[in-house]
Design a protein around this ligand. Structure first.
Ligand code: PGA
Length: 252
C-alpha cells in the first residue's frame, strides 16, 4: 500500500510583515526550478494571508493558523473559517499547543474548530502532543491518543483532516524525540485513526512537528507513518524551508 503524499507545512506563528512576501516568492521559485516531491503549505499570520494568496504562488498552498468555532457574530478579534476560506485558503491549523496553552483550548474546542474548518471545505490540521512531564511519566502515548480521539470530529475524511504530532517539549527547543519514539507515537495515532475511520484512517496524513530543520528532516521524515512535517522556525526563510522539502527527493 502506498503512503499518502507527504505535506511539508510551515507555521509562521506571530512572525512576518508585508516585506516577508519575498520569502514566499523565493520559495515558489525554488520549487519551480528544483521541484518538490511533497505538497507545500505556508500558514502566515492572518494579516498576510491576503497578500500571500494574491501572489498566486502556484507551488505553495496558503493556510491559516487557527479559526473560531463559530462562523460569525460577537467575537471581537476573532476570525472565522468562512472568512479564511473567503480569502482562498485550503488549510487551517487547529489545536496547536500554543493555542491549547495560551488560550486554554480544550479538545472539545479544538474539535469544534476542526468542524468549522471542514464545513467550509478546508482541511483541518489538528495538532496533538505531550508535555515533557507527561513523557517522563510514561504517559506520552496515552495523552496523545486521548487528544486524537477527543479532538477529531466524526466528519473526518482523508480530504479534510490531517493530524500533526508535535511534542510540546520539542517545539522551538532544538530537541527532537528519537526516531523510535516518533514511530511509536505515529503508529499509535494510526491505530486510532484506522479503528475509527477504517480505510480513510489508513490514509489520513500524520505530520511530525517540533524542531524540524534541513539537517534532521530526512531522518524524521523517513520514519514509518510520518507523512510530512509541520515546521515553525525553519519555515520562515525560503532556503531553510526548501532544505526540508528537498529531503523528500531522497525518500522513496
Ligand atoms: P518549531 O515549531 O519547528 O519552531 O519547533 C513547530 C511548530 O510549533 O509547529
Amino acid at each position: 500500500m502506498t503512503a499518502p503524499k507527504a505535506l511539508v507545512a510551515g507555521n509562521w506563528k506571530m512572525n512576518g510583515l508585508k516585506a516577508s512576501a519575498s520569502e514566499l516568492s523565493k520559495l515558489n521559485t525554488l520549487i519551480q526550478e528544483k521541484g518538490a516531491k511533497c505538497d507545500v503549505l505556508i500558514c502566515p499570520p492572518y494579516t498576510l494571508i491576503n497578500t500571500f494568496v494574491s501572489l498566486n504562488a502556484k507551488n505553495v498552498s496558503i493556510g491559516a493558523q487557527d479559526c473560531h468555532m463559530n462562523m460569525s457574530g460577537a467575537h471581537t478579534g476573532d476570525i472565522s473559517a468562512e472568512m479564511i476560506c473567503d480569502l482562498g485558503c485550503e488549510y487551517i491549523i487547529v489545536g496547536h499547543s500554543e493555542r491549547r496553552a495560551d488560550h486554554g483550548e480544550s479538545n472539545e474546542i479544538v474539535k469544534a474548530k476542526a468542524v468549522a474548518a471542514q464545513s467550509v471545505g478546508a482541511t483541518a490540521i489538528i495538532c496533538v502532543g505531550e508535555t515533557i512531564e507527561q513523557r517522563e511519566a510514561g504517559q506520552a502515548l496515552q495523552v496523545v491518543t486521548t487528544q486524537v480521539k477527543a479532538s477529531i470530529p466524526d466528519s473526518a475524511k482523508v480530504e479534510n483532516t490531517i493530524i500533526a504530532y508535535e511534542p510540546v517539549w520539542a517545539i522551538g527547543t532544538g530537541h527532537t524525540p528519537t526516531t523510535g519514539d516518533v514511530e511509536e507515537v505515529h503508529q499509535a495515532v494510526r491505530d486510532v485513526l484506522q479503528s475509527r475511520f477504517g480505510d480513510a484512517g489508513r490514509n489520513i496524513r500524520i505530520l511530525y512537528g517540533g524542531s524540524v530543520k534541513a539537517s534532521n528532516a530526512l531522518e524524521l521524515m523517513s520514519v514509518k507513518n510520518v507523512n510530512g512535517a509541520l515546521v515553525g522556525g525553519a519555515s520562515l526563510k525560503a532556503d531553510d524551508f526548501y532544505g526540508i522539502i528537498s529531503a523528500y527527493d531522497k525518500i522513496g
